[in-house]
Design a protein around this ligand. Structure first.
Ligand code: CA
Length: 226
């Protein structure tokens, strides 16, 4: 059974989450400090983190940034204020979803389930495939570009993998988000642009002028095999 780590300083909120998640068959661990959670995730990794933004030691955002240095575990943020949501949907912090307090614990459990389902391995594709200058190795979660291994985040890898699936096809931001396995929430579309931006920068480091990712104004993005 998937193991969920809840990082929340309000016991009453944590209790309702623990109850809802355990009712769905998940195992849970509850911690109230971000530093404890980071240490715990290094010691015995959970399958998903539910992370409160307002924690007593460091903010959930800072915690997620530190977490991303060593783990790609899915993260759902618990946010209290609308200004926090702005930052979460930026997604540069690397969150998978968020819920706003007060929330329904059952809704959170449903989202946990949905994210873990999306994370589950899909049907086995050819382990490696070459498309133009790109070499995709889905088992090792690696993409080589012009023979060089790209250092990609989980979202960047999925994004490029999705574009590589159908070169030259124009994908809308919504379709790309779907490929990333990120919830389709209002505002999330913008996060695609920031992932594309960082992905382009990494591709440019290998081939400065190739620009394989094309922007189609008002439509989305496509990939050219250059
Ligand atoms: Ca709090």
């Amino acid at each position: 059974m998937p193991h969920i780590l809840i990082v929340e300083d309000e016991a009453a909120i944590a209790d309702t989450l623990i109850f809802a998640l355990q009712s769905e068959g998940f195992t849970t661990r509850w911690l109230s400090l971000a530093e404890q959670a980071l240490a715990e995730q290094q010691r015995s990794p959970a399958d998903l983190l539910i992370l409160d933004v307002g924690l007593p030691d460091i903010s959930g955002f800072e915690a997620c940034k530190r977490l991303r240095r060593f783990s790609e575990v899915p993260v759902i943020f618990l946010t209290a204020r609308s200004e926090e949501i702005e930052r979460v949907v930026g997604l540069e912090i690397g969150a998978d979803d968020y819920v706003v307090k007060p929330f329904s614990p059952r809704e959170v459990a449903a989202r946990v389930k949905a994210i873990l389902k999306r994370m589950a391995p899909r049907e086995p594709l050819a382990a490696t495939s070459a498309s133009g200058p790109f070499q995709l190795d889905s088992e090792r979660v690696q993409i080589h570009y012009h023979g060089q291994l790209l250092s990609l985040t989980r979202h960047e890898f999925r994004l490029l993998q999705h574009l590589l699936g159908q070169p030259e096809r124009v994908f809308s931001r919504e379709q790309l988000l779907d490929g990333l396995g990120v919830a389709l929430e209002a505002g999330y579309e913008r996060s695609i642009d920031s992932h594309i931006k960082s992905l382009r920068a990494k591709l440019r480091q290998v081939a400065a002028d190739a620009e394989p990712i094309q922007t189609h104004r008002g439509l989305g993005y496509s990939l050219r095999l250059v």
